[in-house]
Ligand binder design. Structure first.
Ligand code: ADP
Length: 274
């Protein structure tokens, strides 16, 4: 399911004295099966754009296309519900949304609400706990007895329980220490590879964008300004600079090595320096 934005504009509090334009003329494609990072300075419109991916916001102007489904300012209930099923969003600090008595119930909550039979929802919860590398005995624990990293995995399982084909991650490592960050990013990498999930990462980390994604979309002042593979995007240092973005240290490192051995800048190396 390709995603495309066609001249998308968005105004918060439209037609009120507080009207604020957040997106203007965003035109971009996120290919099915890709791992796309959306980067851009604070206030460039990344979060507003991602809320359009499952119909939490509808474009004020233009069209968002998800597979065959078109979302415009006129799109109504049933279609949006259908989209929410296919697009899972992991918001920042997703563990704040845990609320059930047990982990099992928490993961089952979404599917049960969507009419999935109880036995199937339960099997799915057990399967997800294994997939996310959590011990089986967490299922009967309260989510609030778990460590921060485990809580986050449970919350992610709750999103995956809908069996989305597109997974959207909004700064998924916020608040974790470097080890926790790496574990979560490796987990999404594995999910992308094994579950055939189109993955969209909104991140401040140029390192993560370079390391994990195969496509980058750059936002600046509410519009899409660059898109392409990381090796192409990070070659354009001056342009990125004008959008107040740096290039990852790993790319600096690779260029230095290449200058020494006279090779051309190719695929970004997954060095331990990152
Ligand atoms: P980013 O995620 O890149 O930091 P946002 O999408 O949050 O950018 O913000 C884009 C613009 O929209 C900013 O100018 C921001 O101040 C504005 N904005 C974001 N949320 C709201 C809101 N709920 N009401 C009014 N303006 C908003």
């Amino acid at each position: 399911m390709d995603i495309s934005f066609q001249q998308v504009g968005y105004l918060y509090a439209k037609d009120s004295p507080f009207e604020k334009r957040a997106l203007q003329n965003v035109t971009a494609t996120i290919p099915s099966g890709s791992y796309t990072s959306i980067i851009g300075h604070t206030g460039s419109g990344k979060s507003t754009l991602l809320l359009h991916l499952n119909g939490l916001l509808k474009p004020s102007e233009g069209v968002v296309k998800i597979g065959d489904t078109l979302i415009t300012s006129q799109t109504k209930g049933k279609q949006l519900k259908d989209i929410r099923h296919r697009v899972g969003i992991v918001f920042q600090f997703p563990e704040h949304q845990l609320f059930e008595e047990t982990v099992e119930k928490d993961i089952m909550f979404g599917p049960l609400n969507f009419g999935v039979p109880k036995e199937i929802a339960r099997d799915r919860a057990h399967e997800l706990v294994r997939l996310l590398g959590l011990p089986e005995d967490v299922l009967q624990k309260s989510p609030f007895e778990l460590s921060g990293g485990q809580m986050r995995r449970v919350a992610i399982a709750g999103v995956l329980a809908f069996k989305p084909s597109i997974l959207v991650l909004d700064e998924p490592t916020a608040g974790l220490d470097p080890r926790g960050r790496k574990e979560i990013m490796e987990l999404f990498h594995r999910l992308h590879e094994t579950e055939n999930l189109t993955t969209i990462l909104v991140t401040h980390s140029m390192e993560d964008a370079a390391r994990y994604s195969d496509r980058i979309l750059v936002m600046h002042e509410g519009t899409s300004v660059m898109e392409g593979p990381p090796e192409e995007i990070f070659e354009q240092e001056e342009q990125l600079h004008s959008y107040r973005l740096g290039i990852p240290r790993s790319v600096h490192f690779q260029r230095k090595v290449e200058n020494m051995i006279g090779q051309r800048f190719g695929r970004i190396a997954l060095t331990e320096e990152m």
